[in-house]
Design a binder for this molecule. Structure first.
Ligand SMILES: *Cc1c(COP(=O)(O)O)cnc(C)c1O
Length: 429
């Protein structure tokens, strides 16, 4: 029973639009009311009614160490005792910047901001300034935060509500955005043939996770690298999810591609608000005060957020962490695949590193359009029944499930068992 959750939600909708501070939390896509949470412990969430869930949302990616990791708590505590914000430089910001640089070789200089949205917005501005061009290529179903010019066919939140773009974004602001299908070599080639001299940058989630997890086709990222180079455009990897998720060097290390600019967020804040954008020094040196491209932030590089981020990255840099994540996530993938096989269900499981999506479709999923072939009604029922079994999944078909280092064999086994039972029951009914 979620009596208190319901009561809080009823209050919330009177004070906050939709009762939530970010749309997908509302659980409308899974025809449910949101669960209000009291606390997190490792791989578990406890709601305000005292129910316990194994958590695969993990705050939508940042919590790769799980909830309330003792190192993060300690670092946040000691940082906050020294003061919550100075509006002046601290040495810890430098340490975080150096740490990021040492892990992600394409980043020679990095600027800290407060969110992934700020990072992509700033990277786009910088790319336009550097190339003196206007057009941006993005891919359908890739989400880059709620930046005006990028809010076109932008993945889960919008897919969930069937809004192609957002009211309040003038056409003039998206007029320079070319929206192409992901994994489509030809469409990219055509776009460059037609507009090559006008394209400032291609921005891409190297592994899209905001339309469900979709791996890049063999050679696709390399192709983007080559064609941008050929036409003098920049390649921007939006690694807000994949950064420090696919390994210390992110998707660029995983696939061996060097982008010009990289956007980070989520994990580098360890659950506090942080984003970052960085890349070649020559490009980054155009950012104020070194250069003319303005970008600023009252709380950018906030000492408490930086402390949480540093603690997270230092834990991740310990030997064996990514191997452990891989083993756990692979066990989850194999378990779900076995359940599907046993029950003779045609659904698709996609996994890259510790991100996974179960698509309720029998079609091959390679881009946004094919992802939309998923049966979202079925997913809604699945989500509800999983919740009743104590598993908290992202409340949308078009999202990634995140495995953290706090998950263990037992949690994975319990999850697989729940998936099997729920699918079996759905199948019979
Ligand atoms: C979450 C996300 C963003 C936006 O980050 P916020 O911190 O929510 O503004 C941008 N790009 C990608 C790929 C993301 O997953």
């Amino acid at each position: 029973m979620r009596i208190r959750s319901k009561a809080f939600y009823e209050k919330a909708i009177k004070a906050i639009p939709g009762g939530v501070n970010s749309p997908v939390r509302a659980c409308k896509a899974v025809k449910s009311d949101p669960v209000f949470f009291e606390k997190g412990e490792g791989a578990y969430l406890i709601d305000v009614d005292g129910n316990r869930y194994i958590d695969y949302v993990c705050s939508w990616g940042p919590l790769i160490l799980g909830h309330a990791h003792p190192e993060i708590i300690a670092n946040v505590y000691f940082a906050s005792k020294k003061g919550t914000s100075f509006g002046a430089p601290t040495w810890q910001e430098v340490e975080l910047a150096e740490f990021i640089k040492s892990c992600v070789p394409s980043i020679e200089k990095v600027r800290l901001v407060n969110s992934g949205t700020e990072a992509t917005m700033s990277a786009i501005r910088l790319a336009r300034a550097y190339t003196k061009r206007k057009k941006i290529v993005k891919f359908e179903g890739c989400y880059h935060g709620h930046v005006d010019s990028l809010l076109v066919k932008a993945g889960s939140g919008l897919a969930t509500f069937g809004i192609p773009a957002s009211p309040g974004v003038p056409e003039e602001l998206t007029a320079h955005t070319l929206n192409l299908p992901y994994n489509d070599f030809e469409k990219v080639e055509e776009a460059f043939k037609q507009y090559g001299e006008e394209i400032a940058a291609v921005i891409v989630e190297p592994v899209p996770a905001n339309m469900g997890v979709i791996p890049p086709k063999e050679g696709f990222l390399q192709f983007l690298r080559e064609i941008t180079q050929k036409y003098g455009a920049l390649l921007i990897f939006d690694e807000v999810i994949t950064g420090f998720r696919l390994g210390l060097s992110g998707a660029q290390g995983f696939y061996g591609i060097t982008p010009d600019l990289t956007c980070l967020g989520k994990i580098i804040g360890g659950g506090l608000p942080v984003g970052a954008y960085g890349g070649k020094a020559e490009i980054m040196d155009m950012v104020a005060p070194e250069g003319p491209v303005y970008q600023a932030g009252t709380l950018s590089g906030n000492p408490i957020a930086v402390a949480a981020g540093l603690a997270t990255l230092k834990e991740l840099a310990k030997p064996g962490t990514y191997e452990k994540l891989e083993a756990l996530a692979s066990k989850l993938e194999e378990g779900i695949k076995e359940a599907l096989k046993d029950l003779d269900l045609p659904y698709r499981v996609h996994r890259i590193a510790s991100m996974l999506t179960l698509f309720f479709t029998d079609k091959e999923v390679i881009n946004f359009e094919t992802a939309l072939s998923s049966d979202t009604e079925k997913f809604a029922i699945f989500w509800q029944k999983m919740l009743e079994k104590g598993i908290y999944l992202p409340p949308s078909q078009f999202e990634a499930w995140f495995v953290s280092l706090a998950h263990g064999e037992e949690e994975i086994e319990n999850t697989v068992e729940a998936v099997y039972k729920v699918l079996k029951k759905m199948h019979k009914d």
